[in-house]
Design a protein around this ligand. Structure first.
Ligand SMILES: C[S@@+](CC[C@H](N)C(=O)[O-])C[C@H]1O[C@@H](n2cnc3c(N)ncnc32)[C@H](O)[C@@H]1O
Length: 273
């Protein structure tokens, strides 16, 4: 039987160089301006607060733009991802920009074994991370396992309601699971979420949704206390093509009555002492 990790890793490995070359990730801006931050981290700033001096880990860091942004804010950052091609891009950008960030190749569920338990003050993740994981309770145990008592999870993620919509249907049609399912949703899609001329052959992905209640409950069961949950009317990619307008600063929202849809959420939780 094909392991979901092999299928998904092949998809990400093929897309990583195209993402690094695309204007969407704006690597040139990181190289040109030592104070440049990714749009994602810039959006987070009001809720994120001061991270200077924290030991931070970015789970599913991809090509490292958010990880390096957090390092630029003064955190001592480690990035973890299972895609070697993504980490090649991340390490190259760190070296080109003189960023002191360690990038580690590992599966998410092996993160505590690979990085060590209770090592971090901050776990940062999100924006297209949870959908690759079949078991949200296992993910929450990893988050809690990596944190010191009093350490914090900060994540902004696409909303599970957004991920349950079928973009091909008129209006807003819930078509796909909102709750976690045993079986993945299997997609076969040739493109990616940034503009690129690259052509891809590794197009199959296995993905899962997780309801907001499932995510919060998994964190509570793993020894975390919820400290913040804010839902947003924008998302940092064109999640529903043809139905969204550019909201500026890398954000997109529904063109028609965006207040109908929670596009993303920021969840914060602290590990109980
Ligand atoms: C959309 S990116 C999220 C990062 C960030 N929001 C960004 O846009 O750069 C998703 C990342 O999750 C990684 N990933 C998927 N499944 C994983 C797993 N089981 N373990 C570790 N990383 C995984 C992929 O390699 C990819 O780099």
């Amino acid at each position: 039987m094909t392991d979901y990790r092999d299928v998904n890793r092949a998809n990400w490995d093929e897309r990583a160089p195209a993402h690094a070359a695309s204007g969407g990730y704006a690597l040139d801006r990181f190289r040109a301006d030592p104070e440049h931050l990714s749009d994602i981290v810039r959006f987070d700033l009001p809720l994120l607060g001061d991270v200077a001096g924290l030991d931070g880990v970015h789970l599913q860091c991809h090509i490292g733009t958010d990880t390096i942004s957090l390092a630029r804010l003064g955190a001592r950052m480690t990035g973890l991802d299972f895609s070697p091609a993504s980490l090649t891009e991340a390490r190259r950008l760190a070296s080109e920009t003189g960023s002191d960030v360690e990038f580690v190749e590992a599966d998410l569920y092996a993160a505590v074994d690979v990085l060590g338990a209770g090592r971090f003050d901050l776990v940062f993740t999100g924006i297209g991370a949870l959908c690759w994981l079949p078991d949200i309770r296992g993910w929450a145990r990893v988050v809690s396992g990596l944190l010191r008592p009093g350490g914090r999870l900060f994540m902004r993620e696409s909303h599970p309601v957004l991920w349950s919509l079928d973009e091909r249907r008129d209006g807003l049609a819930i078509e796909f699971p909102y709750f976690e399912t045993a079986e993945p949703l299997v997609w076969d899609e040739p493109g990616t979420y940034v503009e690129t001329d690259a052509e891809f052959t590794q197009n199959v992905t296995h993905e899962w949704n997780h309801g907001l209640g499932e995510i919060v409950t998994a964190l509570l069961e793993a020894g975390m206390e919820l400290t913040g949950l804010v839902e947003h009317t924008s998302v940092p990619y064109e999640a529903l093509p043809g139905k969204m307008e550019d909201a500026g600063r890398g954000e997109w929202r529904l063109e028609d009555r965006p207040e109908r849809l929670p596009h993303t959420y920021t969840l914060q939780a602290v590990k109980r002492r």
